[in-house]
Ligand binder design. Sequence first.
Ligand code: C2E
Ligand code: CA
Ligand code: CA
Ligand code: CA
Length: 277
Amino acid sequence: AKRDGRNGLRFYAPEMQKHSERALSLATALKNAIASQELALAFQPQMDISHRRMIGAEALLRWRHPERGFVSPAEFIPLAEQNGLIVSIGWWVIDRVLEQLVALRAAGRDNISIAVNVSAAQLVQPDFVTELQARVHASGVPAQAIDIELTESVAMVNPEDTGEKMAALSAAGFRISIDDFGTGYSSMSYLKRFAIDKIKIDKSFVDEVTHKHEDKTIVNAIIHMARSLGMRTIAEGVETEEQFETLRRKGCDAIQGYWYSRPLLGEDFSAFVRAHT
Ligand code: C2E
Ligand code: CA
Ligand code: CA
Ligand code: CA
């Protein structure tokens, strides 16, 4: 078995090296991405289930590397979290979100909120809440228009610090959503301790919610639990009308997914807003 292991290692080593070389070179290139204007923010519309109206959007980063083309955030966000770049990238995202909210409000769309993904590495910065408040205040946008998306893992990194930050964000008027709900490795006790407004039902439960017994049961349980705790629910990754209908019947409040719209850049998002509000 040992010999197999060595052979295996010899066989896989070049692949692993290639992988880490790519990660290293991407991490280096990412340092210039803001200055070189390679980052863009896409917005994916969110829809209220019962009125079928646009209620908000999630801001999603896009990175166009000069040679490699589009690199998925699923690949570069973890790198940015490891080397700390996520902090400055995160502020860049916040500023673009505020610009978008200012434009939406100038166009009379003041009921639209924008959800922003915030990593643990951002939230643990001691000045995160005060800096966020300062930027939001300077923009003139009310905190209520911003929905902070945190994953369950964020809530578990340092529960005490996270709890204080969430309470401060909530007191300042920001909305808080738990992203990818149900996929994290955590105790649910944080749900009652932290000031949570909304639960995002992970795509992995939505995919087969129309026909798989286990997923139906889990989605029902999440919706009922959220309701009895006074929280709203939004399902992510909704790709078909059948999924939409199933979620509507179960009492989910909102959806986000390719069925309604893909994440949109620039003028495509503005046009979507004009057509759907
Ligand atoms: P997430 O927060 O769970 O975002 C949802 C992901 O699902 C997005 O992938 C979105 O494009 C994709 N998606 C939405 N609807 C559908 C659908 O109907 N079908 C399918 N197959 N996919 C759908 P994306 O844009 O590649 O982002 C991946 C992850 O990168 C995000 O997952 C989030 O964790 C992270 N991320 C993206 N932007 C930011 C950011 O500004 N800051 C931080 N910290 N993380 C970000
Ligand atoms: Ca998210
Ligand atoms: Ca998500
Ligand atoms: Ca997800």
